[in-house]
Each structure stands twice: as structure tokens, then as C-alpha cells.
Design a binder for this molecule. Structure first.
Ligand SMILES: CC(C)(COP(=O)(O)OP(=O)(O)OC[C@H]1O[C@@H](n2cnc3c(N)ncnc32)[C@H](O)[C@@H]1OP(=O)(O)O)[C@@H](O)C(=O)NCCC(=O)NCCS
Length: 404
């Protein structure tokens, strides 16, 4: 298909793979490990890639896969997960990304998927395509964990064991726990087998000089972590902490905080993680950075809004603007007992917002009233804003299951 400046866009084939790998490595400034090269096609199949061609040279690339994602209310939807979006430095800012995205979103619409999701390299590119950050994460540090004391009365559930992550029995346990965990948490995705294989292969590139993965397991949880020695001591980096029950959460933290020869613990932590509340000194858990993890675009407003549940009954009319795909309009959202119906309407809107804002609100990680305060929701009815804002809140803070 002809595009701007004689560039054409077509589906990729396996013969394109070496050129795609080279382009992605060049644009992201990294080299894949051999394990990544082996497992990546199982995660994002090359047949799902679109390539932009300048003559016979690949100068742009994007790929996706259908992901099963949990939405508020412990339900799931199929979403289009996009990855490895790149345009050659020699061909940047000529509209190639825009062309690739136009094609990719047409395909997602044809596939009938209500959401498109990805993790973004920069914050200024994707708003124009109807995306907004929809899941946030914080990184934490605990210095000198030996100082950590659990508050009196905190249970000591035990049940934690050591495991070698790559051993079959341990891996089966991790998979089983992860699968239970991701069904509870808005934003968490099912993890495909090839992604598990890659996690277990534990590529050198992911280690940043630290050890390979260690595992602590509990019947209802696990922690994957690495260790690194430096002049300032030893750091334990938490790679993945998954607890399905509060007992597992406490037991795993008790074990992590009591590891000998650990001078610092670092990792990511969810806003509603109970760890600071468990400790006599909550300041030990120092938040060092906050960043967006997932960006979301609503592809089909009625399908997306009726897929999730809401805190309480609601009747609100939303005027949604979508300059990229023209899929906006005015929609009546009616919720009864958590079940939502959403359909186009002629009624005057209570709230006007961009489709990016709706994507940002979708998993409950952001507040409608904050967007309104930023003038990104135009409020025609203040009571409707309050009701919408409350109804979108979730029991559990959204988290990304695995990075892509
Ligand atoms: C980001 C990247 C894919 C952009 O590709 P591109 O073909 O130059 O983008 P386009 O020319 O189609 O630009 C599309 C729009 O995005 C804007 N845009 C592109 N890159 C941008 C950036 N880094 N910051 C802000 N805006 C950007 C353009 O100005 C243009 O705006 P408009 O259409 O509203 O006028 C390319 O620069 C790249 O590969 N970067 C390194 C890898 C990367 O960051 N990939 C994204 C991974 S999530």
C-alpha cells in the first residue's frame, strides 16, 4: 500500500526477521541476547508485524499480539498489545509511524478488540493517537533492611521455601500463582508460554550486572529477585513479587527483609501495597521514582465501557472526541449493580473528554476529577463528574503483569 514519500507498508514475513531485528536494535540502542532472539517470535509473531519499506529496505516496524487483560471487576477483555514500534533514524519525522499506526489500528478494529495497549518510550508521542498513561508504578528502596521491624501483632504465617526458578516444579508453581494473581488485578495480562520461557531463560541483558534469578515461594505467592555486590554492599533487586493472599504477602516480605548480607532492597511497588503499613517505620520504604507503565487507547467506546464493572450505579452521558480514528461520539453509560450498558445517544453530554482521557481512566489508576481540574474533562454537570469519578475507582490498584 502506497504511503507518504514513496514508502509502502506491508505485512512482514519470516524472511524479514534479520532486518527487523537490526532496525529494532538500532532504534532502541541495544542488542538482543540470543535467548531473546529465540523466544521473541513466540511472544510477538513476525506474521503480526507491519513493516514500512523504502524500496527493498525495511525502515519502519510495529508488531502486536492479542493479550487477555483483566479489567476492573475481575473480568477480562482481549486487547491489542503493541510492541517494538520503530522508524529508522534516516527516515524519521516523515509520517511513517503515523502510517504504520493507521494500518495497525485498522487491523485491530477489524479484529474487534476494544482496547489497544503498550508501554511507551516517551511521553509526548502518543496522546495524538488517542492514548494516555493508564497504569502507574513506583520504584522503592529499602536501605539496611535489618532495621525493618514488623508492627506488634503482625502475623508470621511462614510457609516460604527456596526454589530454583528454572526447575520444572518451581516454574509450574510460578505459573499457577501468576495466573491466579493476574485474574485479580486490573491491567494484568495473561503471560504467554514463550514469555515464561524467556523469563526462565533469564537473559544476561536483563541482569544489569546482577546475579541470575533467585526465587522464594509460598503456596499463594512468590518473589523473583537478583543480588548484586558493589563497594557499597549487596543489593537485592525484586524482579517480580506476586501474592494472591495477605498471608503470602506478609510471609514473603518477612523472608525478603530478613535475608542475610543484604544492605539494600530495590524494586517496584504498587500504590496499594501494604508493606509500609506493616512496618514500625514506614519511611524505610522510600519511593524513588514514579512512572507510567501502560498506555491505553479505547478502540470501541461501548464495548470497552461495558466490559468493566463500576463501584456504583451510574447514569452519565459522555461526549468523546477522537481526532485520530474518528470513533468518538456521544454515549450514554448506564450502570446497575455493576453491570454497564453503553450506547450512542442524542442526549446532551454531562462530560466532554478526549478518547485519550477515557483510556487513562479505564483501569481506575487515575481520577476523573484530576483530569477535570486539568481542563481535560469539560464538566457540564458537576454531580455527574463526582458520580463518574467515584464509579471508576477500583478495589485493587491496576498493575502491569509483564512488560512488553
Ligand atoms: C518514535 C518514532 C517511532 C517516531 O517515528 P516517526 O516516523 O518519526 O514519526 P512520525 O513522523 O510518523 O510522527 C508522527 C507524529 O508524532 C510526532 N512525534 C514523533 N516522534 C516524536 C517524539 N519523539 N516526540 C514528540 N513527538 C513525536 C510527530 O511530530 C508527528 O506529529 P503529527 O503527525 O501530529 O504532526 C521514531 O522516532 C523511533 O523509532 N524512535 C526510537 C524508538 C522509539 O522510541 N520507539 C517508540 C517505542 S514506544
Amino acid at each position: 500500500m502506497a504511503s507518504t514519500n514513496g514508502i509502502t507498508v506491508r505485512s512482514a514475513t519470516t524472511a524479514d526477521r534479520p532486518a527487523i531485528v537490526q532496525l529494532v536494535e538500532t532504534c532502541f540502542g541495544m542488542r538482543y541476547d540470543k535467548d531473546e532472539l529465540e523466544h521473541q517470535p513466540g511472544i510477538f509473531p513476525v506474521e503480526r508485524a507491519l513493516v514500512a519499506m523504502d524500496g527493498d529496505r525495511i525502515v519502519g516496524h510495529t508488531v502486536d499480539r492479542t493479550m487477555i487483560v483483566t479489567v476492573p471487576g475481575e473480568r477480562t477483555v482481549e486487547a491489542c498489545g503493541v510492541s517494538a514500534v520503530v522508524v529508522a533514524p534516516t527516515h524519521r519525522r516523515r509520517g511513517i509511524l503515523r502510517e504504520l499506526y493507521t494500518r495497525q489500528h485498522e487491523r485491530t478494529e477489524a479484529d474487534g478488540l476494544p482496547l489497544t495497549i503498550f508501554t511507551a518510550s516517551e511521553g509526548t508521542i502518543y496522546g495524538r493517537f488517542g492514548y494516555a498513561p493508564s497504569i502507574e508504578s513506583s520504584t522503592f528502596e529499602i536501605h539496611d533492611p535489618r532495621r525493618a521491624e514488623f508492627r506488634p501483632g503482625t502475623p508470621d504465617p511462614g510457609g516460604v521455601e527456596l526454589a530454583e526458578p528454572a526447575e520444572a516444579e518451581a516454574e509450574a508453581h510460578l505459573r499457577e500463582v501468576y495466573d491466579r494473581w493476574r485474574r485479580l488485578v486490573p491491567g494484568a495480562q495473561e503471560r504467554p508460554p514463550a514469555k515464561w520461557s524467556l523469563l526462565m531463560a533469564d537473559p544476561e541483558r536483563n541482569r544489569d550486572g546482577a546475579s541470575s534469578l533467585f526465587a522464594l515461594t509460598h503456596p499463594d505467592g512468590y518473589v523473583l529477585y537478583r543480588r548484586r555486590w558493589s563497594e557499597s554492599g549487596n543489593t537485592a533487586f525484586v524482579v517480580e513479587f506476586r501474592a494472591v493472599t495477605t498471608e503470602a504477602h506478609i510471609a514473603l516480605w518477612r523472608m525478603l527483609l530478613s535475608l542475610d548480607l543484604v544492605h539494600r532492597i530495590e524494586g517496584s511497588i504498587s500504590d496499594d501495597d501494604a508493606l509500609p503499613y506493616l512496618l514500625t517505620d514506614p519511611r524505610l520504604v522510600r519511593i524513588t521514582r514514579r512512572h507510567d507503565e501502560l498506555w491505553t487507547r479505547i478502540m470501541d467506546v461501548p464495548a470497552a465501557l461495558s466490559a468493566r464493572t463500576y463501584r456504583h450505579d451510574l447514569d452519565v452521558t459522555l461526549a468523546v472526541a477522537d481526532s485520530f480514528r474518528n470513533k468518538g461520539g456521544t454515549f450514554a453509560l448506564r450502570v446497575r449493580d455493576g453491570i454497564a450498558e453503553c450506547e450512542p445517544t442524542d442526549r446532551a453530554p454531562d462530560l466532554e473528554l478526549g478518547i485519550d482521557v477515557l483510556g487513562g481512566l479505564y483501569f481506575g489508576a487515575h481520577r476523573a476529577r484530576a483530569f477535570a481540574a486539568a481542563n481535560r474533562i469539560q464538566v457540564k454537570d458537576a454531580a455527574a463528574l463526582r458520580a463518574f469519578d467515584d464509579a471508576l475507582t477500583t478495589d485493587r490498584t491496576a498493575e502491569l503483569g509483564w512488560f512488553f
